[in-house]
Ligand binder design. Structure first.
Ligand code: AMP
Ligand code: ZN
Length: 494
C-alpha cells in the first residue's frame, strides 16, 4: 500500500482561495509545472526560496509514493520588461553589456542556477524545457488562438484579445482583478499602442532590426511572448489539463492569469487543477529583486561576503531557515534569523546522531506513533514545514531525555522514530548532515582547518601578517573561505 493511500493531502489552491483535498487526475501520478528562472543574471536568494518551496512539494509528493513528472522551464527568450509593451529583452541587454552571444548569457546563468540548486540539495526537475526549444509549439498555439477568435495580428505582432475572451470567459479569476477596473486604470495609456486594449498581451512580437533572437513565423520574424512559453511547455509535457502549477506570488498576475486565458482560449477548459503560489523572501522588509539590487546572492551567503552577514552560512542551514516559515508566508532574511536557524539545525542533527546509541527499555515514555502522525498531519496541511520542524524538535527533546536517562523508549519505537526522523529530515526536507561527524572524512578536514585557523590567529597575534595572509589566501584558492566575525573565525567550503 502506498503512503498516499493512507494520507489525505490538502493543498491551498490560489484559484479557489481554499485548501482543497488533493486528488490527482491520474491515479498515483502527478503532473507539476513550475515557472523557472529567466536566465540573464545570477539567481538571488528570493528566487531560490520559490524553487526550494517547490522542491519541498516535489519531495513530499514523491515521499507519499506518487509518480511525479515535474516540469520546470528555463526562460531563455521573450520575457520583456513592461510586459512586452516597450521593454527590452534582458538577455539581449546583458549580451550587449557583457559582449556575449545571447546564448552564452543563457548558458552562463543556467549553469549558475543548476550549481546553486545542487548546493541546496534540491532535486532537478524531470524535464527542464527551454522556451527557445519550443518555438514551433508556441506558433501552433498562436494559430489556434487566432482560429478561436481570441487573437489578432497588428504589424507582424499578434495580441491576445482580452475583452473578447472575457465576453465568453472570466479573465482575472486567479488574481481576483476585475477587468472593468483594469480598463479604468489604464485608459490613458492606450493611445500609442498597437493593441486594441492595454489589457491585451503579446503572443508573438515582431522583432526590431536590432533584436537578434528571432524566428520565422506566419506573421513576422520575431519571438514569442513570455506567457505563451509556459502554456506551450506545460501542456506539451503534462497535457491540456494537469494537476499542479506553481510559481512565486508575483507571477499570479499577469503571467498566470494570461496562461489560463491562453489555455482556455485553445482548449475550452481550465488548464490546471491546483494553482500554488510561494510567498516572497524580503530583505529589510522589501521584496528581494534583481532589478532593485535589494538582494543577496547564494554565493555571498555561502562565503559570508556581504555586509548584511557576520559570517558564512551553509546552503543547508539557509534551506532550514526557509523551511522554518510556511511557503505562503512572507519571510524576512536576516543574519540573526540565520544564526538562530543554524543553532536549531545543529540541535536537530545532534539529536538525530544520538539516535544511534540510544538505550532501549520495555516501555516508551513518548508516543512515537502519535508523534509520527502529527508529522504527516503537518505536511498534509498544505506542506506546513514549520509545524513539521517543530515536531522534529519535539522528538529531539525526547531523544536527549532518553540519552540522559530521564525518559525511556522501546526497541520498536526507536526503530519507528529513526525511520520517521530520517524520512522527514533527509527525504522530505532534503537536508544533509553537514557537521564534521556526518562527513565521510569523519572530521579530519574540519580538524585540519581548525588547526590552520589557530596558526593564523597566532601569526596575527605576533604581527606576522605574511603568514596569516598566506593561510587565508591559499585556503581560498583550494575553495575554503575563512570569515572573521564577532565570535571568531569560521569557514565555509565552496
Ligand atoms: P524570474 O527569474 O524573475 O522569472 O523569477 C524566478 C522565480 O523567482 C519566480 O517564480 C518568481 O516569482 C520568484 N521570485 C522572484 N523574486 C522573489 C522573492 N523575492 N522571493 C521569492 N520568490 C521570488
Ligand atoms: Zn511561467
Amino acid at each position: 500500500m502506498k503512503l498516499y493511500e493512507q494520507q489525505e493531502l490538502f493543498i491551498y489552491n490560489s484559484l479557489s482561495k481554499k485548501k482543497e483535498k488533493f486528488t490527482p487526475i491520474h491515479d498515483g501520478a502527478v503532473g507539476m509545472y513550475v515557472c523557472g528562472p529567466t536566465v540573464y543574471s545570477n539567481v538571488h536568494m528570493g528566487n531560490c526560496r520559490t524553487f526550494l518551496s517547490f522542491d519541498l512539494v516535489y519531495r513530499y509528493l514523491k515521499h507519499l509514493g506518487f509518480k511525479v513528472r515535474y516540469v520546470r522551464n528555463i526562460t531563455d527568450a521573450g520575457h520583456l520588461e513592461n510586459d512586452g509593451e516597450s521593454g527590452e529583452d534582458p538577455i539581449l541587454r546583458k549580451a550587449r553589456i557583457e559582449q556575449l552571444e545571447p546564448m552564452e548569457v543563457v548558458q552562463k546563468y543556467s549553469v549558475d542556477f543548476h550549481n546553486v540548486m545542487s548546493r541546496f540539495n534540491a532535486f532537478p526537475p524531470s524535464i527542464e524545457p527551454t522556451a527557445t526549444g519550443h518555438i514551433i509549439e508556441q506558433i501552433r498555439i498562436v494559430e489556434k488562438i487566432i482560429e478561436e477568435g481570441y487573437g489578432y495580428e497588428k504589424n507582424g505582432s499578434v495580441y491576445f484579445d482580452v475583452l473578447k475572451f472575457n465576453e465568453d470567459n472570466e479573465y482575472g479569476k486567479l488574481s481576483g482583478r476585475q477587468l472593468e477596473e483594469m480598463i479604468t486604470n489604464t485608459r490613458e495609456l492606450a493611445a500609442q499602442s498597437e493593441k486594441k486594449n492595454p489589457q491585451d498581451f503579446a503572443l508573438w512580437k515582431k522583432a526590431e532590426p536590432q533584436h537578434i533572437m528571432r524566428w520565422p513565423s506566419p506573421w513576422s520574424d520575431g519571438f514569442p511572448g513570455w506567457h505563451l512559453e509556459c502554456t506551450a511547455m506545460s501542456t506539451k509535457y503534462l497535457g491540456n489539463k494537469f494537476d499542479i502549477h506553481g510559481g512565486g506570488m508575483d507571477l499570479k498576475f499577469p503571467h498566470h492569469e494570461c496562461e489560463i486565458a491562453q489555455a482556455e482560449a485553445c482548449n475550452h477548459e481550465s488548464p490546471v487543477n491546483y494553482w500554488m503560489h510561494a510567498n516572497m523572501l524580503t530583505l529589510n522588509g522589501k521584496k528581494m529583486a534583481k532589478s532593485t539590487g535589494n538582494n543577496i546572492l547564494p554565493n555571498e551567503l555561502f562565503s559570508g561576503e556581504n555586509d548584511v552577514l557576520s559570517k558564512a552560512f551553509s546552503p543547508i542551514v539557509a534551506k532550514f531557515f526557509m523551511y522554518q516559515a510556511h511557503y505562503r508566508s512572507i519571510l524576512d532574511f536576516s543574519n540573526d534569523a540565520l544564526e538562530a536557524s543554524e543553532k536549531g539545525y545543529n540541535r536537530l542533527m545532534d539529536a538525530y546522531r544520538n539516535l544511534r546509541n540510544l538505550p532501549t527499555a520495555s516501555e516508551s515514555t513518548f508516543d512515537v506513533a502519535a508523534w509520527r502522525k502529527s508529522c504527516y498531519d503537518a505536511m498534509n496541511d498544505d506542506f506546513n514545514s514549520p509545524i513539521l520542524i517543530a515536531q522534529l524538535f519535539e522528538a529531539a527533546k525526547h531523544v536527549n531525555a532518553v540519552k540522559e536517562g530521564k525518559a525511556t523508549i522501546s526497541e520498536a519505537d526507536l526503530e519507528l522514530l529513526k525511520a520517521t526522523m530520517h524520512g522527514f529530515i533527509f527525504d522530505v526536507l532534503g537536508l544533509l548532515d553537514i557537521s564534521s561527524e556526518g562527513n565521510n572524512d569523519s572530521g579530519k578536514l574540519s580538524g585540519a582547518i581548525e588547526l590552520l585557523i589557530d596558526l593564523r590567529n597566532k601569526a596575527r597575534a605576533n604581527k606576522d601578517f605574511e603568514t596569516s595572509d598566506k593561510i587565508r589566501d591559499e585556503l581560498k584558492e583550494v575553495g575554503i573561505q575563512l570569515k572573521d566575525g564577532k565570535e571568531g573565525t569560521t569557514y565555509s567550503l565552496s
